[in-house]
Design a binder for this molecule. Structure first.
Ligand code: PHE
Length: 462
């Protein structure tokens, strides 16, 4: 049994590890498709406002609870207040749900690495290529298994610390590649069938400038709901993960500063991914193409790489490799949470638990893959979206469970143990906490009320 508790070497080690968990497919795959679906600029604006308020409050709370209790989520809530043990159990369900589909998307990334390294960039840029892939029966499962195997081996061997060392190079590298692709996509232009020419700069305008035309209250609430779920998902908050990370942080680390850096890094990554994808989607697929959904990046990026000419193939390889790395650091953090909790609960070894977990998820994720062919169906979800199996999992975790956990966490901290519980933790060692006032109002009043409204809307209750 591993009894000794690991801790990060200092502020930077913590920020890198937390950013490694936070920056992943959520930023690169999920943010752009939601932003595009919700029309670009307005979603971006709402997202940034929410990140500065809700994101900051939830991240501070999770990390604060972790460092103060020095326990992982399952036990941390219980030590905050003995009646709140159930909340720890509830947080466990979120990564358990997310893991069912994270490796499916990880598999899609793995597939594109193979496509680009084998020089098939041209094929991938053709219309319908991605759809043919996900609707085939075996290939998506095979690639998912490869991704899941990589994740499981890292967790099984307990070597994620070794992987994180590479984060220092690969994560900033990924951001640079994303910026370069983004700049390139601004130079694109395309003549549509009806003769109109769409340019990258027009696309940039769509991405950055909020468009209020035809906006109704219902639509606006829908956008806020999407942005909020995305924020939770992207920051890995309201699911216990950041509590666990917080529990590893040494007492002399300036939490306020670390939290700000994690927020900036995560939001920057999402913003830049949007910059890379959305203008290009607008150029090649027009406004109608923007509501493509989860397949958006897989459909649009190969078209950008093709436009780059011969070098495009190489850029594609580099890009998908780096995304794979970002996805792996996130999926490892999800699986690690699940494995660590089960080791504690069932008193079994890391190896045994990881093996069982890998087998369970191989089965679960295969079912999700089949959701695009054999098990294909569409249902109208209570939040108004139309979804298949993968979307249902995504809906349950991001639109239902995370808001519930966030509401309960705010009630616990805002009203039961009082915000001072977290504020004192942040201000330990006399570090400043500039947003203390904002934190208190948000965690007590604003966040719970708004989250309840959004939850009711997600459940289709008004
Ligand atoms: N935040 C990660 C991302 O953006 C995903 C993640 C979800 C990580 C849940 C951990 C837990 O991809």
């Amino acid at each position: 049994m591993e009894k000794k508790k690991a801790s990060f070497s200092g502020g930077l080690g913590f920020v890198l590890a937390a950013a490694g968990s936070a920056v992943g497919l959520g930023n690169i795959w999920r943010f752009p498709y939601l932003a595009a679906k919700d029309g670009g600029g307005l979603f971006l604006l709402v997202y940034i406002i929410l990140a500065l308020t809700f994101g900051f409050v939830l991240l501070t709370t999770d990390i604060g609870i972790g460092r103060r209790t020095k326990k992982s989520a399952l036990k941390a809530y219980e030590s905050v207040n003995s009646k709140w043990k159930f909340l720890g159990v509830l947080t466990f369900i979120v990564p358990a749900l997310i893991m069912t589909y994270y490796s499916v998307i990880g598999g899609w990334i793995t597939k594109y690495i193979v496509v680009f390294t084998t020089g098939n960039a041209k094929e991938a840029a053709k219309d319908g290529y991605f759809n043919d892939f996900i609707s085939s029966k075996a290939a998506p499962i095979v690639f998912m298994l490869i991704f899941l195997a990589m994740t499981s081996v890292i967790v099984y061997l307990g070597v994620e610390k070794g992987i994180e060392k590479f984060s220092k190079i690969i994560m900033p590298g990924l951001l640079i590649v994303v910026v370069l692709i983004g700049i390139f996509s601004l130079t694109l232009s395309y003549k549509a069938e009806d003769g109109t020419v769409r340019t990258g700069l027009q696309g940039l305008f769509v991405y950055l400038v909020p468009n209020f035309d035809g906006l109704t209250v219902q639509k606006f609430i829908g956008i806020v709901m999407d942005a909020m779920g995305q924020l939770f998902y992207s920051l890995s908050v309201a699911m216990g993960i950041m509590i666990t990370y917080g529990s590893y942080v040494k007492d002399d680390v300036d939490l306020n500063k670390s939290i700000r850096n994690i927020e900036i890094f995560d939001t920057m990554a999402a913003f830049l991914a949007g910059l890379m994808i959305i203008p290009a989607v607008y150029v090649f697929m027009g406004k109608e193409g923007m509501s493509e959904g989860p397949s958006l990046m897989f459909v649009s990026l190969p078209k950008i790489f093709e436009e780059m000419g011969p070098i495009g193939n190489f850029v594609g390889v580099v890009f998908f490799f780096m995304v794979l790395f970002a996805a792996l650091t996130s999926s490892v953090s999800i699986m690690e949470t699940l494995v660590a909790s089960c080791m504690e609960k069932f008193n079994k070894s890391r190896k045994a638990v990881s093996l069982v977990m890998a087998l369970i998820y191989a089965g679960a994720a295969a079912v999700i893959c089949l959701g695009y062919n054999v098990l294909y169906f569409e249902v109208k979800l209570p939040n108004g979206a139309i979804g298949n199996l993968l979307d249902i999992m995504d809906y349950l975790s991001n639109y239902v469970l995370m808001p519930v956990i966030a509401i309960l966490t705010c009630v616990l901290i805002g009203w039961i143990v009082k915000p001072k519980y977290i504020i004192d933790e942040v201000k330990k060692n006399n570090t400043s906490f500039k947003r203390e006032g904002l934190y208190t109002v948000m965690v007590k009043d604003v966040a719970p009320v708004m989250l309840v409204v959004l939850l009711l809307k997600s459940l289709g209750l008004f």
